[in-house]
Each structure stands twice: as structure tokens, then as C-alpha cells.
Design a protein around this ligand. Structure first.
Ligand SMILES: [Zn+2]
Length: 354
């Protein structure tokens, strides 16, 4: 493969041996990319493959199909911050599936998240359950700090910063990381004070907390894609209060993300896709465009779905010894983000996928 590698912008030549990138020429190699732009494989940092409707159990056939949909779009790495159950070991390791960083079963207090979909536990057991999920997933756990899909959610108290802080220390002590769902100002504040690893959504986040997030390396995953579909939920909710809350929170998410990026917060691209017609998988390119619409520089928006996300999740970019997971485009995606919709090549685990 030869082309301009990002983010370094260097003219690069890579070979692949045993699924790994090398700069040492390989005899009789087949050229699979001859010119263009080479990016580390794309990442959707917030997606939920394997079950499409609230309450549905995890379905192996759907999981496989959703994984392939991501991969066809050049997404070679998924972070799945919570699922309807713990993900099976084959998902994320089979040749035709993206790599996966998972967070086990969603964790929430009773009343948080969709009925029957989360592992709901009381406050006293939440930290223990988070440690269990992080150990079982081999990495992350996912906890709901609040849950607002109707007017009722606006009045429910969020998790306390103390509880979330204790939970985070205990998960960190076993080598795990903590993703926290927060839609309200209070939920987001609790997550930041608890020093969690990633804040998912962050609709109501107070911009005064952004410097602290940057300093303690709490990432922000705003998931613009799902909020675009939520306009309809708010419209038909029958609650003026809920609709007005959502519209104003949604309207300030763009400026919030721009301010987060300026403050040095790691902002990542996540779609919150489930595989429904409104939220299909393999659409992280759209999330990149929404990040750019929010005034993130195009290069940073692309990085949020590639090298920045990989680094945050502990995966290398394009370098000798790295897994040969990459995507190639015929034009520079930073100058035209629509280029991301049409990868010229997708290479995963050293094999040509597309
Ligand atoms: Zn989600």
C-alpha cells in the first residue's frame, strides 16, 4: 500500500505480513492501494450492535450482521458501551468482524434505561456490579447517571458524585474504565467530579467543567447522530416541558462540543446506533460531519473517528508492528468529509474487506 498517511501527512509505503504492518518490503507482494489517503481503521466509539428494540435479548445473528455493516463502512474498531447482555467472545475476534472494546451489560438503578434492557441494581450494589462488568468485558463498564426520555426523567435525582466516585475508584483498581451516560447538568457534573473515563452524550454539561475534563482526561462522546432522531421523540412526547428541555439542550450541544475541543477535551465520534431504520450501523462518517458542523476542525473530526479514538482505546495508528487495520480514500477526507462515505479500500486484520 502506498499513499499519504494520516495524521502524519507523510508519503508512506506499507507491507503486510501476518496481519501486521511493516515498512520492510515483502517479496512478490500484491499492491492493494496505489496512491490516495491512508487512515488507521475508523472507530465508532458508541454503538450498540446485536439488539434493536428495547427489551430484546442479544441476538447472535444480528450481532454478526451489525458488525459486518460497520466493517463495510471502514469501521474496524467498535466500542460498545453497554449491551443487552455481555457480548459473546467470538464477537470482535472473528475475521469478518471489527475489533470490539465492550463494557458488559448496561448498569442502572431501577427506573434508569429502558425496562428490561439494563442490569438494574440498587445503589448499594452498583459499584460491585460495575467491577463485575468491567472484569467480564475485559475493559469497560457502563453506568447510567441519569435517564431522560420523558418529563419524569427531568425530576429524577441523578447518581451522586460520591457514589460514582467510589465506583470509579473501584473499577480503576481492577484495571477497568468507566463510561457514564449523562443527559442532565447534574448527571454530567457527577460524572466529571467522579473522574470517569468517558462522558456519554453530555447534553447538559456545564462548560465550566471542561478544563477539569481535559486535565483529568475524561473524554466526551456527544453522539449527535442519536439526538437528531430524538427530535421526533420529543415532538410526539405530549409534554411541552420535556420537548422544550430537549430542544434547548440539543441546540447548545454544538457550541458545547466546540468549546470542549478548544479546552483540550478528547472528543470522540459515536453514533449510538442500534441497527434500527433510524439508527443504522456503519454511519460514523455522518457523526464526523456533525462534529465538524459543531465547529470542530475537519482534521480533528476525522481523528475523532480514527487515530484519536484508537489512541484513547489503546490501539496504535499506522506504524510498523501495528495491526493492519486501515481504510484508504482516493481523496483527502479532511478537505471533503463526504469522501468518508466511499472508502476505496478497507483492510482489516491484514485482509482486503473492500
Ligand atoms: Zn448508548
Amino acid at each position: 500500500m502506498r499513499g499519504v498517511a494520516l495524521p502524519s501527512e507523510e508519503a508512506a509505503e506499507f507491507w503486510i505480513t501476518e496481519g501486521v504492518l511493516t515498512c520492510e518490503p515483502v517479496r512478490d507482494a500484491t499492491t492493494v492501494v496505489d496512491g490516495g489517503w491512508l487512515l488507521p481503521g475508523l472507530v465508532d466509539a458508541h454503538t450498540h450492535p446485536g439488539a434493536e428494540r428495547p427489551g430484546d435479548p442479544l441476538d447472535g445473528r444480528l450481532l454478526r450482521r451489525h458488525g459486518r455493516e460497520h466493517l463495510a463502512a471502514g469501521v474496524t474498531l467498535l466500542r460498545v458501551p453497554g449491551s443487552a447482555d455481555r457480548l459473546p467472545a467470538w464477537f470482535g475476534t472473528e475475521p469478518d468482524q471489527p475489533r470490539v472494546v465492550s463494557a458488559g451489560h448496561w448498569l442502572g438503578l431501577p427506573g434508569m434505561f429502558y425496562e428490561g434492557w439494563a442490569r438494574q441494581v440498587g445503589q448499594a450494589e452498583l459499584a460491585h456490579a460495575a467491577v463485575e462488568e468491567a472484569l467480564a468485558s475485559g475493559g469497560w463498564c457502563k453506568v447510567y447517571a441519569d435517564w431522560v426520555v420523558d418529563e419524569k426523567g427531568l425530576d429524577a435525582p441523578p447518581l451522586s458524585a460520591d457514589l460514582l466516585g467510589d465506583l470509579t475508584r473501584r473499577v480503576h483498581a481492577v484495571g477497568g474504565r468507566v463510561a457514564v451516560h449523562a443527559q442532565t447538568a447534574e448527571g454530567a457534573r457527577a460524572a466529571v467530579e467522579a473522574r470517569v473515563d468517558s462522558l456519554e452524550h453530555g447534553l447538559g454539561l456545564d462548560t465550566a467543567l471542561l478544563d477539569r475534563m481535559a486535565e483529568q482526561k475524561t473524554a466526551l462522546v456527544p453522539t449527535f447522530t442519536v439526538w437528531a432522531t430524538f427530535e421526533e421523540v420529543a415532538r410526539v412526547s405530549g409534554s411541552d416541558r420535556f420537548r422544550d428541555w430537549f430542544r434547548s439542550a440539543h441546540a447548545r450541544l454544538g457550541p458545547l462540543v466546540a468549546a470542549a475541543y478548544d479546552a483540550g477535551v478528547t472528543v470522540l465520534a459515536g453514533t449510538d446506533s442500534y441497527g434500527t431504520p433510524e439508527l443504522p450501523h456503519g454511519t460514523v462518517a455522518g457523526e464526523v460531519r456533525l462534529l465538524a458542523t459543531a465547529s470542530m476542525p475537519p482534521e480533528a473530526a476525522v481523528g475523532a473517528a480514527s487515530w484519536t479514538a484508537r489512541s484513547f482505546l489503546g490501539f496504535p495508528g499506522l506504524e510498523p508492528g501495528a495491526p493492519a487495520d486501515l481504510v484508504a480514500y482516493d481523496r483527502d477526507p479532511r478537505t471533503d468529509l463526504s469522501v468518508l462515505d466511499s472508502p476505496m479500500r478497507v483492510i482489516h486484520r491484514g485482509r482486503v474487506v473492500r
